[in-house]
Design a protein around this ligand. Sequence first.
Ligand code: MLT
Length: 201
Amino acid sequence: ELSFIHRFVPATKPGRPPLLLLHGTGGNEDDLLPLGKIIAPGSALLSPRGKILENGMPRFFRRLAEGVFDEADVRMRANQLADFIGEARAAYELDAPVAVGFSNGANIAAAMLMLRPEVLAGAALLRAMVPLSEPPKADLTGKLVLMISGQLDPIIPTDNAEQLAAQLTAAGALVNHKVLPTGHGLSQQDLSLTQSWLTNV
Ligand code: MLT
């Protein structure tokens, strides 16, 4: 038994990194599988369900209010998820995955990059914000990170997303930050940008 409820889809094409799919608030382990198949055809897909329930909605860490995080919980849950990745790599014989996270899933992926950088081969952060106000000094040298933000996102001010991009860049990550003229939800452009970015990871 692995430590997170999850779905796993084996690879049908060799030589591509697995994707770690991380859902948004209220999502589950099934949600992002269709997206994963579109953006990375043939790649293995590992999709855990967040362990927190907020009014019945699964999440990856606790928050005190929208956009206000319980940072002690962020740290604990990011470490738990990083441990799960190790278990799943052993169980399914996987290379280090590339995280593809949306909203709350993007935020836990950003926290993992800072706390346990070795577990991810890279990360696509869709609608992410700063998860830790005082991040530890991580070494992300050469790690590829795609961030896609929405200029009209009512939850994430653009300067907050820019601050996250700056934190990751300062740690050595190669950050490609795109801001689309859209809101918090994903658009077709998010999928096509992520798909083409993934071909270089
Ligand atoms: C979070 O709680 O991680 C952010 O507010 C995004 C979301 O609504 O999930």
